[in-house]
Write a protein that binds this ligand. Structure first.
Ligand SMILES: Cc1cc2nc3c(=O)[nH]c(=O)nc-3n(C[C@H](O)[C@H](O)[C@H](O)COP(=O)(O)O)c2cc1C
Length: 169
């Protein structure tokens, strides 16, 4: 049987969310899907995909504009296929401990696109992260890489399992 294709699109300023998208893509590939991991700014047409996962890092309570623009540009085609969203941000272990609801703008997209689900993953700010605020956080011991491969893989397995159930229905 032909493999189902899943697009994993992401908005990322400094690469941390790109890493999460890669992890999701790898997991979906292992689960028998054909995943394409693509920066949200480069997504022009989602009609060739059976499902879409769109994610972004959070800055001051907002998604990266590349991800929001991708959602708007492809709204019609996205509403016609299963879509999952993810946010990445908290630079502490809170995202692993409990469900962190979407920020307001993302909640709005969830409704508009009738998405299947949303998850918030931990983010990352390390000594290599550019920017004044990031540098200051690291200097004050408030940085770290809080992306949990286990949490990301587990969520991706869940998406894979829901896609399989849909195919069987
Ligand atoms: C200036 C600044 C503002 C941030 N604002 C938020 C925020 O509002 N909520 C949140 O959860 N994380 C916030 N973060 C953390 C980032 O979302 C996190 O570092 C993320 O992993 C960055 O991903 P990226 O490298 O893909 O852009 C902020 C980080 C910086 C440097």
């Amino acid at each position: 049987m032909k493999k189902q294709k899943i697009l994993v699109a992401y908005g990322s300023k400094h690469g941390a969310t790109a890493g999460i998208a890669d992890e999701i893509g790898r997991t979906l590939d292992q689960d028998g899907f054909e995943a394409a991991v693509v920066p949200a700014a480069d997504v022009r047409d989602v009609s060739g995909y059976d499902a879409v996962i769109l994610g972004s890092s959070l800055y001051a309570g907002h998604w990266h504009r590349d991800a929001l623009r991708c959602a708007h540009r492809n709204a019609e085609a996205l509403a016609e296929r299963p879509v999952w969203l993810f946010s990445s941000g908290p630079v502490d272990s809170s995202a692993e401990q409990h469900d962190i609801p979407p920020v307001r703008g993302v909640a709005k997209e969830m409704e508009r696109l009738h998405v299947q689900g949303h998850v918030t993953f931990g983010g990352s700010i390390t000594a290599g992260t550019p920017g004044r605020i990031a540098r200051s956080l690291v200097r004050h011991g408030k940085g770290g890489d809080f992306r949990s491969p286990e949490q990301i893989q587990s969520w991706a397995h869940q998406v894979a399992s829901e896609m399989r159930s849909r195919a069987e229905a």
